[in-house]
Design a protein around this ligand. Sequence first.
Ligand SMILES: *Cc1c(COP(=O)(O)O)cnc(C)c1O
Length: 388
Amino acid sequence: MDQFEKADRLKQLPPYLFAEIDRKKEEVRAKGVDIIDLGVGDPDLPTPDHIIKALNEAAKDPRYHRYPSYSGMGAFNKAVARFYDKRFGVNLELSEIITLIGSKEGIAHIPLAYINPGDVALVPSPAYPVYQIGVEFCGGSCHIMPLLKENGFLPDLDAIPEDVASKAKLMFINYPNNPTAAVADEAFFKKVIEFAKKYKIIVCHDAAYTEMSFDGYAPMSFMEVDGAKEVGIEFHSLSKTYNMTGWRLGFAVGNAEVIGALGKVKSNIDSGAFDAVQMAGIEALDGDQQCVADNSKIYQERRDLLMEGLNAMGLKCTPPKATFYMWVEVPEGYSSADFCTKLLTEAGIVATPGNGFGAPGEGYFRMALTQNKDRMAEAVKRMQELKL
Ligand SMILES: *Cc1c(COP(=O)(O)O)cnc(C)c1O
């Protein structure tokens, strides 16, 4: 029994679906099994040296030891503008950019700017859990947009009831997508913009994975599409692109009014990312992008290795064009949880059950390409020895 009564927002959190997997993982590990963890979406590769060097230098400079600006250092925001111009051909004013302490921070805080108790947000499922939780922490409710295979794991906007669309204030989308690894094209983004204009909805596009792609495919930014800036913002992060998950540095760009509202929330809650980390971020965004290409090449090799193994086993998975995830259908006769338990207990492999990302993820499991080639090969070998 807790000594202190928790707020409803904590009491109403959905049960932690990974708790069971975590418990079993520890049980299996305690037996001395060599576990291959493909569960977490956290790069195993180190932050590139030139970025670490920039932090080392900036950390010694007392100018960077004081409270950072809540909206970001001018110099970092300018580097973001250069990056968007160079990479996407998108022109951004400084009023259209805000620095975040990791993009999760901004994603969790944006509902505070727009969601009153009882307000509605459109949220995909399966999805990164922060969209739904951010809205619910504000007392808002989420209308779930299921991401289904037959729609290429894109939400079906025509399936959203008129009265829900009319009430909705925010819509979250995320491409390249976690957990399904699906990508979106310009036609989809155009449809989103049209829909958002019709119903006066703010679109929040999570673009964490645009720089992690394969076979020469370059994912687009939502901001590249005409009208995107009128209806929404895009969250971006240095976490996955430059193996900087621990550094906590991201940003949001787009509609100046929405960026300003997010800034207003943040100015009352936090004091911005450490300036020395932002200096390193400038080096990351402005510096040689070979490290990004090298990363993608490594993930592509791992993808190919795992894909071959899955194919040989008859497990169905669309080869991802982007992200470091494989979204795999569980074999006949298993639930997501059953199959992940089997992978863990019989092969020592940790994968994430699809329903952990929301009910429409049932029937799938997610594997992250976050172990080196030898370990991936070992995982494939162990999977092939399973009796399905
Ligand atoms: C990893 C990830 C992020 C990035 O989070 P940070 O807070 O920037 O580290 C954002 N969205 C999705 C879907 C992710 O998987």
